[in-house]
Design a protein around this ligand. Sequence first.
Ligand code: MEV
Length: 310
Amino acid sequence: MRDTNIGWGKVIVLGEHAVVYGYPALAAALDRGVTIDVVPTRGGSLRLSVEAWDLKLEASDGPRRLEAPDANPMARGLSAIADALGIGRPSLSLIGEAQIPPGAGLGSSAALAVAIAIGLAKHHELMLSDDAIIEAASASERILHGKPSGIDVALAVHGGLGVFRRSTGLRPFSAPELRILVGPSGAPRSTALMVERVSEVTGAAATDERLTELGGLTDVGATALLAKDFAALGVAMNRAHHVLGSLGVSTPQLDMLCQVARDAGAWGAKLTGAGGGGAVIAIAPRQREAAVLAAWKQKGVNGFVATVGG
Ligand code: MEV
């Protein structure tokens, strides 16, 4: 098991929403995420705090409390992880440090859940496989997000770059280095709501041609990335953003942030994750990256560069 209790953040390069319906998604873990320190306390219950997110909560007592509709979903998520590990409610303080913003489409809740699962498993000397960690963290994700595809948790555990399918999980993929510009818009959003919206718009039919196209764009983009054809990858990203917009998960702000990135010289830009707020990503020739980040800054967005693959 790893030395640090860390769950990695992630960006979906192509394939969000379609991945829920079984299509492939190309995604990469960020080089940052959430770490957890496990500190024994005298008495008290299982507590969690993440100062950077202004988050402080206590696990709910037991299965009955889990079902209480008014209980804080994060507290229920924490309880679900503890239940999956079979450890009851130990007197522990979980101190989280987050290097990614919450609710921004960067996999923050999965990163937190994975870091908690690893930290608790280690503290209780449970020798858990990656699959068991995925299962425990997924119990929390299901409470927070309804029926997630599992892509966020898989990336949070494994890191790296890969193609994820519901049926096969994450297949790591050895690709040339890719520099992804990430722009958290600052607008909050709900993954569950956006997944629900896509389900309504498509009639939850995997055969919907927009979902099929998004799945196809993942294949096109992955092939382009392998061939280091970043311009072609950018074209696929632009198209994916358009299709996601037609599914009702973009916003005028996300459209604007993508457009200013393209105007500043990006090969391509799109929303990443569930949409409805959250973050956009762009790829650009190295000499245009500063211009893209400056264009976002002018719109009040502090972007950063994430290097993946390589
Ligand atoms: C969330 O990061 C990505 C979505 O495709 C939902 C999921 O896969 O569970 C929108």
